[in-house]
Ligand binder design. Structure first.
Ligand SMILES: Nc1ncnc2c1ncn2[C@@H]1O[C@H](COP(=O)(O)OP(=O)(O)OP(=O)(O)O)[C@@H](O)[C@H]1O
Ligand SMILES: [Mg+2]
Length: 253
């Protein structure tokens, strides 16, 4: 098991008003697994991704990656761990406008002692797989949203992290660019065996992953595994589960 999270709780607020956003979540992620997290708006998806990726701290619980409990790591060690072992893709790309596509992608390597030749080879590899080699010298303002998100994916993969965390990576893309990106993520997941944990509200996007975990009100409601299902059958199961989940949410109101 690559990631093991147990009893995750996250509470916001002060002693007068406290909101428990995550109410005791257990999640496992295997090496090479591509998992989606779905759930209604406000169910805690981003909060969960942020604590699992060490962007935010937990109120209770433990998170182990490769057996290391990083909820116990000190700031410097935690920062190193994040830089070396994790990759991130955000909905709004988070590219630096004053750097070229290539410079953006190379950023995670700039903090490492890696030879120029090696860095170039890694760039050629990910940029090639993501189909953006031709854009190397362009600036973020000169490329499309789909190209920007593939650039951001290349930056997430270039240092060969153990896990990529993606929060609504297709949220700002049209459906064609979204499925292009998801196919690339699926390919990279297979060829590099990098685990991916992706938050999405889109059943099509989720149908590219191996397993979908549904959150409801800060708890795991249920999960679905693709197994031998066709992508289309899996997509329909995801839609059905979303519908049931939506119904439950409405009944509770
Ligand atoms: N910094 C914060 N302080 C207080 N409450 C917060 C904070 N961040 C999130 N919350 C609350 O926690 C709950 C879960 O938020 P979260 O962003 O995790 O939801 P989400 O499932 O990602 O929703 P969406 O689909 O809209 O992105 C919401 O009720 C939100 O208002
Ligand atoms: Mg969110």
């Amino acid at each position: 098991m690559l990631l093991k999270a147990t009893g995750i709780k996250k509470t916001y607020g002060n002693k007068f008003k406290r909101t428990e956003v995550l109410k005791g979540i257990d999640i496992n992620l295997n090496k090479g697994e591509f998992v989606s997290i779905m759930g209604a708006s406000g169910s805690g998806k981003t909060t969960l991704l942020n604590v699992l990726s060490s962007i935010d701290n937990v109120t209770a619980g433990h998170i182990y990656i490769d057996g290391v409990d990083f909820t116990a790591l000190k700031d410097k060690k935690l920062a190193d761990f994040r830089k070396n072992d994790l990759g991130f893709i955000f909905q709004d790309y988070n590219l630096l406008d004053t750097l070229t596509v290539k410079e953006n992608i190379m950023l995670p390597l700039s903090i490492r002692s890696i030879s120029k030749k090696n860095a170039e080879a890694q760039f050629d590899n990910v940029a090639g797989q993501l189909g953006i080699s031709g854009l190397a010298d362009k600036y973020p303002g000169q490329i499309s949203g789909g190209q920007a998100q593939r650039t951001s994916a290349a930056r997430a993969f270039i240092h060969q992290p153990k896990i990529i965390f993606a929060d609504e990576p297709t949220g700002a893309l049209d459906s064609k660019s979204a499925s292009d990106l998801l196919k690339k993520l699926q390919d990279l997941n297979e060829t590099l065996n990098t685990s991916i944990l992706m938050v999405t509200h889109d059943a099509t996007a989720a149908s590219f992953s191996h397993r979908v975990i549904f959150l409801k009100d800060g708890q795991v409601y249920t999960s679905l595994t693709r197994g031998e299902m066709s992508q289309d059958a899996y997509y329909r199961e995801i839609l059905d589960t979303q519908r049931v989940l939506g119904g439950v949410v409405n009944e509770a109101q």
